[in-house]
Structure formats: C-alpha cells, structure tokens
Design a protein. Structure first.
Length: 159
C-alpha cells in the first residue's frame, strides 16, 4: 500500500481491501475479484442484478471492473468514475482512503489519479496525458491497461 504525497489517499492491492472492516478507513475497490468475494458470489451475477456494477455499504464502495480494453468501461460509463470520486469526497475529511484493485498498477491508481487531478487539483487537470506524467512522478508503478484509454477519451466528462 502506497500513500500518495501529502494526502490521505493510498493505493493498494486486493489484499489491502481487508481494511474495509477497519472503521478508520474508507475503501474503494475496483476489482471484480474482491467484488464477487464480498457479495458471496461464485462468479458475477446477471447484468440486471442491482449490485452487478457497484455495491456500496457504509465506508465501502466496490466496482465489478476487470482490467481490460477501454470498451470494458463503456457499460459503466463516466458516472461510475464520478461515483468513486464523490464517495472519496464524502469520506476524505474523516478517514484514510484506500483505493484498491488486484495489483495496484492500473484501475486503483487511475481512480487515485482522477481524484488528485479533478478534486484535489494537486496534479494537472487539463488532460489525462499531463495528469499521467505528474502522477507517475508520485506513483512510478502506474502501468494502466485499457482504463487509461477510456479515461483519456472521457476526460472532460469525469469531474
């Protein structure tokens, strides 16, 4: 788990998502593996299930995201990213914030990048490309897959 600069934002792995039961943390999970585990599913349910895309309970928000091509984020749309940022806003003053995915290389740091750029304005917010350069100076392990292409294409609509 890595703290991002002088913030309360940490990026971690699926193992770190256990902090969802710690009252001093608010957790955003961005990995299908944890999402289905938390829901007690052996695999993802049908797409019409109310918790298929996202599940929120108290200080825990979970997304059923896989790290794949940009098209994989089209069905959740910019609204899912905005929901994550709004959730972080809600808890930022009161809790440490963990954003986790399977390995902490792509999905979770992308949400962290968005928060540092769009909400805290600690890195550039004019484009994904300039935010990414500044973010990689803070988080050198950032190695996004398709989520980067999606966020770059929808940058203006994620606020």
């Amino acid at each position: 788990m890595i703290l991002l600069g002088d913030t309360k934002i940490y990026v971690g792995t699926k193992d770190d998502s256990r902090l969802r039961s710690d009252p001093s943390w608010a957790v955003v999970n961005t990995a299908k593996t944890v999402h289905v585990e938390v829901k007690g599913w052996s695999n993802a349910p049908p797409r019409d299930h109310p918790d298929y895309l996202a599940f929120e309970e108290g200080q825990f928000l979970s997304f059923n995201w896989v790290d794949d091509a940009a098209r994989m984020y089209e069905w959740s749309g910019p609204e899912a990213f905005i929901r994550a940022l709004d959730f972080i806003d809600k808890w930022y003053e009161f809790k440490n914030i963990l954003i986790s995915c399977d390995l902490g290389h792509s999905r979770s740091p992308t949400v962290a990048l968005l928060y540092l750029s769009k909400r805290l304005h600690l890195i550039p917010d004019d484009s994904f490309a300039s935010a990414r350069v500044a973010f990689q100076a803070i988080y050198p392990g950032y190695a996004p897959a398709g989520i980067a292409d999606y966020v770059a294409a929808h940058w203006a609509g994620i606020n």
